[in-house]
Design a protein around this ligand. Structure first.
Ligand code: GCB
Length: 612
């Protein structure tokens, strides 16, 4: 087998660190101590544990006089300590706080989490703390010392605790603050619940001194007859032999890393390599090894590209039979986090005859992409650049770039992920377009093997209410043209849907990223009565033929699989804090529109949409 060693390329962009980062890929495979379960918590609406009475952060002082992170207990009966983790209630991790305690349903502020644990580190290993996600800002302290902090509610981070962790009685304190900020990503205004807390797993993992911190194993973009492997080492021994093995394919190739610890090899893809595809989600055990470390991960191989008006999966035109999804388990009314949650919602998507999901509007937990890889579902993954954020604020751009970077680093070995989305429904304008172009450029530089897009908006021609125009300047820079449209709901009634004419400025494959209507599950009326199942089903029945008028239509992901909580949805006895555009209600019961879409998807699956 021919082996070419080419100059190393960096896997990461030089994005200055805003906060703690992910240290290794797939840290779960290196699990050392699970910290899931009950943590003592102090709800701290006035930040009494963070600031002193002059509003100075306690942790800015090298010898802090106070601060809940010190986890103090009075040494004697006279010592004044006005908090106690030991006497405080508990919350379960991972899980948002809102759905665990009725008093916290609407809480936006700080909560201090504390966990006591023992851990004996093995000699010669490095130990890290992994936080899967903490919404929105978090500060981490071990045994009274600050380890680091993180901004962004949906991306993981790791902090090294080698040498800081003790055999007995470690006090790990994490302050999580879910207050919204105008300059944040997302900003203050969203149509989803602001779940707070340690919403994903927290654990310790260990690595050797020099570890394989990053690796990419894929068909080479532009030349899928080749397999390309990129790897990065971290630690004192950066120059090592790096070997890649796929035993099932009898593939074993070796190269060396350079002085920065980077290695790249390109080998002929074995002739019997089976491509990953929705009908055949084949994955291989891939081993990446160096003298000091080894990882094994299941990886599928496929290509995705755009050619003219088509989206090609493994060189064949594909129609994306999709649906949107929030990271929620509707039956629990809380953030989804587990494999079981992923299996539940992705199972529903399969019943809907989908081959594609849009994971809106922020990075979902990594189980989603893992289960999608197993089940053969294609994914659109997104960052929370949503509606109107601060386009001119460099710190906001930096924050968005880091979230995009961290999502791509985490999921770039998942065959299921085919599209990185940089934004949703943002208002055209020079500052906005420059901001998003930077993100598109970053996504391509980080991962040239996938498509890049954003959900754009439609405007109505001033002289014709039925003429719908998509001419957002961002459309020039994305691989596919994606937009949300709500004709029949925010724009007219279902009767206006058949009258729509489309004027699309860009001749690219079109994926409609949203359409839909609210329906309260179990409420039946005629199809012009708002919030009835019949109204929603009629919107779906009429929208499908209307969208088929777009010659380059190559997919759709209607809004949305399940009802989800939203503080913007206040209509009593109908919404009650839920966005009702789900095809499935908060009780798990399917609405009439579910079968309308399922039948359409079965038809295009069985007959081949593009052959029509
Ligand atoms: C949209 C947004 C989505 C909302 C949805 C709605 O256009 O992208 O986040 O939830 O409409 O229901 O209004």
């Amino acid at each position: 087998m021919r082996l070419t060693l080419i100059l190393s390329v960096g896997l990461l962009l030089a994005v200055p660190a805003l906060s703690a980062r992910q240290a290794v890929l797939n840290p779960k495979a290196r699990l050392a101590l699970d910290l899931d379960g009950k943590w003592n918590v102090i709800v701290d609406p006035y930040d009494n544990g963070y600031y002193d009475y002059r509003l100075q952060p306690f942790d800015a002082n090298p010898n802090p006089s106070g601060g809940f992170f010190l986890d103090r207990v009075p040494a004697n009966k006279s010592e004044l300590v006005e908090y106690s983790f030991d006497r405080s209630p508990t919350l379960t991790v991972p899980k948002d706080w809102n759905s665990q305690d009725a008093k916290l349903l609407l809480y936006e502020g700080a909560v201090w989490y504390r966990r006591i644990f023992d851990y004996t580190a093995k000699a010669g290993t490095r130990v890290f703390l992994h936080v899967g996600a903490a919404n929105y800002e978090s500060q981490v302290y071990l045994n009274g010392k600050k380890l680091g902090e993180h901004t962004g509610g949906f991306t993981p981070y790791d902090l090294e605790v080698t040498g800081t962790v003790k055999a007995n009685g470690n006090s790990l304190v994490i302050r999580v603050d879910n207050r919204r900020h105008r300059e944040g990503v997302p900003t203050v205004n969203t149509d989803w619940w602001n779940y707070g807390g340690l919403t994903r797993e927290v654990y310790l993992f260990t690595t050797p001194q020099t570890l394989l911190s990053r690796y990419t194993v894929r068909l080479q973009p532009g030349d899928p007859a080749k397999l390309e492997v990129l790897a990065e080492l971290d630690g004192p021994q950066l120059r090592q032999e790096v070997t890649v093995e796929i035993p099932e394919l009898h593939l074993a190739e070796t190269t060396s890393s350079d002085e920065q610890g980077r290695a790249r090899l390109v080998a002929d893809a074995p002739a019997d390599l089976q491509r990953w595809a929705p009908e055949h989600p084949k994955r291989y055990d891939v081993h990446v090894k160096c003298a000091s470390d080894e990882i094994v991960e299941k990886i599928g191989f496929r290509t995705i590209e755009v050619k003219g008006r088509d989206i090609l999966l493994n060189g064949q035109p594909i129609f994306l039979r999709g649906i949107c999804l929030h990271e929620e388990n509707p039956m629990r009314g809380g953030r989804a986090y587990s494999r079981e949650d992923a299996q539940l919602v992705l199972g529903w998507a399969r019943e809907l005859n989908c081959n594609f999901l849009r994971l809106a509007h922020y990075p979902h937990n990594e189980n989603m992409a893992q289960v999608a890889d197993e089940l053969g579902l294609l994914l659109w993954e997104e960052i929370p650049v949503y509606w109107t954020i601060q386009w001119e604020n460099p710190a906001t751009l930096q924050n968005a770039r880091q979230q995009l970077n961290d999502l791509i680093v985490r999921d770039h070995n998942r065959a299921s992920v085919i599209i990185w989305s940089v934004a949703n429904e943002t208002p055209p304008g020079e500052a906005r377009t420059n901001f998003l172009r930077q993100l598109v450029t970053d996504a391509r530089a980080l991962d040239g093997s996938r498509l890049v897009s954003a959900a754009m908006e439609v405007r109505t021609a001033p002289d014709n209410p039925h003429r719908k125009i998509v001419d957002d300047p961002l459309g020039e820079f994305t691989d596919i043209l994606s937009f949300n449209e709500y004709v029949g709901w925010y724009d007219g009634t279902p009767e206006s849907i058949p009258l729509v004419e489309w004027a699309l400025k860009y001749d690219k494959p079109v994926v409609i990223t949203e359409f839909g209507a609210d329906a309260l599950q179990g409420f039946h009326a005629d199809n012009l009565t708002r919030f009835s199942e019949e109204y929603q089903a009629d919107v779906y029945r009429k929208t499908v033929p209307m969208l088929r008028q777009i010659p380059q239509l190559r997919g759709m992901s209607p809004w949305i699989l399940c009802d989800f909580r939203s503080p913007r949805r206040l209509l009593p006895n109908v919404q009650d804090g839920w966005n009702r555009k789900g095809l499935i209600g908060e009780n798990g019961v399917k609405k009439e529109a579910f079968s309308v879409l399922a039948s359409f998807y079965a038809e295009i699956r069985d007959q081949g949409y593009l052959k029509k």
